[in-house]
Design a protein around this ligand. Sequence first.
Ligand SMILES: Nc1nc2c(c(=O)[nH]1)N[C@H]1C(S)=C(S)[C@@H](COP(=O)(O)O)O[C@H]1N2
Ligand SMILES: [Mo]
Length: 392
Amino acid sequence: MVRRTREGGGLVIPTPGDFTSRLRSPAVAARVGVLLAISFCLCLVTGLISHEAQSADPVFVLPTSPVWLYRLNQGLHVTSGIAAVPLLLVKLWSVFPKLFARPPKKVKELIVEALERGSIAALVSTSIFMLASGLANAAQWYPWDFRFRATHYAIAWIAVGSMIIHIAIKLPIIADVLRADIDSDTHDRETSKPSLLTRRNLVGGAALASAVAVVASAGSSVPWLRKVSVFGVRDGGPAGIPINKSARAANVVASALSDDYRLQVQYLDQSVEFSRKQLLDLPQHNYELPVACVEGWSASGLWTGIRMSDLLDEVGAPRGHDVRIESLQASGHYRVTTLPAHFAEDDQALLALSLNGEPLSLDHGYPCRLMVPNRPGVLQTKWVGRIEVVTT
Ligand SMILES: Nc1nc2c(c(=O)[nH]1)N[C@H]1C(S)=C(S)[C@@H](COP(=O)(O)O)O[C@H]1N2
Ligand SMILES: [Mo]
């Protein structure tokens, strides 16, 4: 019961007493809250790892092995975010009457209450923002103007801060209701009345909805769940690996197919050019590596190509330098990436020329693309035109 009309016709804001279901109780809110906090923490940790993996100036660097680590991290990040959605909805529903509580009269209590409500307002709005922007990103829908990663990252800190404050304030009541039976009514509102659904069923139902959401979306990174995952599974593109940006969308069709195509490899004033044919004549290596998109999907393939370290030897570059990889793409955020030295020197770091035994398709990055173990998909530059050893 949200709004009632008074005899005179005006709207009356309800009071907490107008909400009668005993499901809207701290016993439910705390239990669903625990599940929500677990999924938020998992999402936070994996989010921070992914942020650092994409950062130009990272606080910590990921190792090159195991090659599936970033793939697992990103699958967990997106999946834990999806798992949080039903939990957040049930949690908000369970505490909804509190929104209409009248403020206390005494100034001191009023200040405490205002601070508490402020932190909850921050927590609720940032949680909704994080989940909604993350879901939109995973669906490749960008209805905003801001840079997704920087904003999602900044807001995450407000969400974490307000979550910590919220848990700290509520700790006594959380401890109390979690220690007691779920049906204990010690902390209930006075007006709670029995309902058809039990509290156990509601909490179990929220957990089940969360599990269903996970299974329904995890197929985009877990191959054997593909058949049951009704949302989020990207179509396999050429050679069974989805395409994120096509050659046409990147506006590289003509330059990628041109007979004049040459890969330029540069170290100081040493510069060597290779046609695709010349690249194919260099020693080739095969590695099974995943494309792990930050949007959550991932797919593994057998990539064949030249080791980055062999290519650097061609220009006599010593070890220990980062390497700048430039795409033929003229604009776009992902046209250039800098490969940290330890990635460039890894045996499995390839300039790939084929995928699953077939020449690279145009959309997968023909004439050649970067494929490096344990790197976020956005940094696996396609249509590579220039490689430069960073010496400054
Ligand atoms: N030049 C260039 N390379 C790029 C991109 C791009 O937009 N431009 N997209 C990246 C992203 S976001 C991903 S997930 C992978 C996907 O590779 P695929 O399309 O071959 O699966 O390519 C990466 N390489
Ligand atoms: Mo991606």
